[in-house]
Structure formats: C-alpha cells, structure tokens
Design a protein around this ligand. Structure first.
Ligand code: F6P
Length: 319
C-alpha cells in the first residue's frame, strides 16, 4: 500500500487523537502516505481531507475529542452515498482505510469492506457496547469523568439529606452506569439490560432511611428510564427530598486518561500494521490485555454480555 486514509466517525471520545496519531506515525514509518478525512464519512463524501505529516499529529495526544472532527452522515447510509465514497477513495489513490468509531461507524466500515475497500476498524465509544473488545476507546476517561462528578454530588447529597438520581450516557448499554455505581459506592444502578422494580428500589431505600442513612445516589443509564419519574417515585414513596442531575456530554470530553492514551496508541499501531500486512474487514480489540483481531462481520452481529454480572456486583455492594 502507498496511501491509507483515517477517519473518526459517530460520537467523539477521548483517546481518538491518540489512535489517529499512532496510526499516522506507524504508516509514515513504513513510507506510506496518510490522508485524514474531516468529519468522518461526511468528509470522505465531500473530499474534505488533510494530507497528514508527523507534525500534523503532534500535540494532540493529550487532547479530548478528535482533531479530525466527527459526524454522523445520513448520505453515507445510502447505497449511492457508499458508492460515491468508494469512487473518491479510488480517485485519491487511497488503498486502505482506518475507521475509528462506534457500532454505526463499524457497520459503515463493513459496508465499504463488502464493496472491496480494505478497512480496519478501531472501537471507540464511551458506551462500551462493542463486542470483541474488553474496552473501547473513551470508556475509561468517561468513567473517570463520571466518578469525579458523582463524588462531588455525594458531598452535597450528604449535606442536605437528599437522594440524587444521576443520569449517565450509554445509549442502550448499562456499562457506564454499573461500573460507575461500583466505583462511587452508589446505592442503586438502573440499567436497560436488567428490569428495575421501582417498588423494590423504594423499599430498599426506605429501609436504609429508617436505619438513619439519609442520603442516596441512584445511577440511571440513559436507556433505562426517565430520571425525573424515578426521582418523583422515590419522593412519593419515602418523602426523601430528591434531585436529578443529567451528566450529558460532559462525560465524553476532557483529557484522555492514561489508559485511553495507551489503548489509542496500541489500537492505532496495530490497525495499520495489520492493514499493511494484508488483513482487511477486521476490527482491532483488547482481549485479556492483548490486541486481538476479529472480522467486522462477526463484531457487528454480536452483543456484549457482561452487564448482568456487573449490575449484580453494584447491587451487592450498594445496599
Ligand atoms: O454513543 C455515544 C453517545 O455519547 C451515547 O452515550 C449517547 O446516547 C449519544 O452518543 C449522544 O449522541 P449525540 O452526541 O449525537 O447527542
């Protein structure tokens, strides 16, 4: 290969810059040219690109977000859009593509692979809902952001004898909620994968309340219900003064943690090495500490299955 492309697509997350930097420098080290497409597949469709030198990726390792920017492209979802993308890659002489993103982006990468483009995926989504990698990029930083915020809220919850329902992101995944509940000592985690009995939750909180524990933290995954409804239920059942905090996009930004810097660097390097070695249509992942490679066909039809155990642990420790 003489030239490869890199893009970041879907929701941004911390660690994407580390992956771009690493993929770029690995390719340049092999004498392979690199172009970065701006705003994900949208940049590929518009021909909005940047010829990347080693200096272009200097000074980005410690920055959150993605310096190539990201987007969710409607046009790329269409057959015509994808055909246009393939034509652009051919016209530019781009012989391989590294796609950094979440499940939607990896589905897009698979579509390009099926159309004959050699692609390599890098899992990046704070939701940690991508199978065949223990961790996706951005998850660790998001968790650190969440626990910082929850620790702050715990201070004020205890000062005022209040129950807080704190909504975290995750789309249909309860990973961030379960893990942050364990790491902050929250009383309860409500996640989409496990049905929540609100009456039972209120009973547990009432028992604690009667024992003199007069504040509580309930972490709610955004895909598992409405925070205000849950807070109202708790207030009505126990008389607890309740407040709701939605952490929102704060979770996604900020300087990447050491873990995400290292993971992005390892993923970027491995993705390019494998691409140059002739692998295609695959995703790099982290499996028991080692870099692993799985076909995108398998990744996109598989689900992560660890939520129940994590949720159970959060419940055992929370009460
Ligand atoms: O997939 C990452 C994520 O942050 C989800 O947790 C969240 O539901 C969604 O993206 C938010 O999307 P947007 O940034 O488009 O509002």
């Amino acid at each position: 290969m003489k030239k490869i492309g890199i893009l970041t697509s879907g929701g941004d997350c911390s660690g994407m810059n580390a992956a771009i930097r690493s993929a770029t420098r690995t390719a340049l080290g092999h004498g392979v040219q690199v172009v970065g497409f701006r705003k994900g597949y949208a940049g590929l469709l518009k021909g909005d690109l940047l010829e990347m030198t080693t200096r272009d990726v200097a000074g980005i390792l410690h920055r959150g977000g993605t310096f190539l920017q990201s987007a969710r492209s409607e046009e790329f979802r269409t057959v015509l859009g994808r055909e246009k993308a393939v034509r652009h890659l051919q016209d530019l002489g781009v012989e391989g593509l590294v796609v950094i993103g979440g499940d939607g982006s990896l589905n897009g990468a698979l579509a390009l692979h099926r159309m004959g483009v050699p692609v390599m995926g890098i899992p990046a989504s704070i939701d940690n809902d991508i199978a065949y990698t223990d961790m996706a990029l951005g998850v660790d930083t998001a968790l650190n952001n969440i626990i910082y915020a929850v620790d702050c809220i715990k201070d004020t919850a205890s000062s005022h004898d209040r129950a807080f329902v704190i909504e975290v992101m995750g789309r249909n995944s309860g990973y961030l909620a379960s893990m942050s509940a364990i790491a902050t000592g929250a009383e309860y985690a409500i996640i989409p994968e496990v049905e929540c009995d609100i009456a039972d939750l209120c009973n547990q909180l009432r028992m604690r309340y009667e024992e003199g524990r007069s504040n509580a933290i309930i972490i709610l995954a955004e895909g598992a219900g409405r925070a205000q409804n849950i807070a109202d239920n708790i207030k009505d059942a126990i008389g607890f003064e309740t407040r709701v905090t939605v952490l929102g996009h704060y979770q996604r930004g900020g300087a990447p943690s050491v873990f995400d810097r290292l993971l992005g660097s390892r993923f970027g390097h491995a993705a390019v090495e494998h691409l140059l070695a002739g692998e295609k249509g695959k995703m790099v992942g982290l499996c028991c500490g080692e870099i692993c490679l799985t076909s995108l066909e398998t990744v996109v039809v598989s689900e992560k299955t660890q939520q129940d155990q994590l949720h159970d642990l959060s419940m055992i420790l929370g009460i």
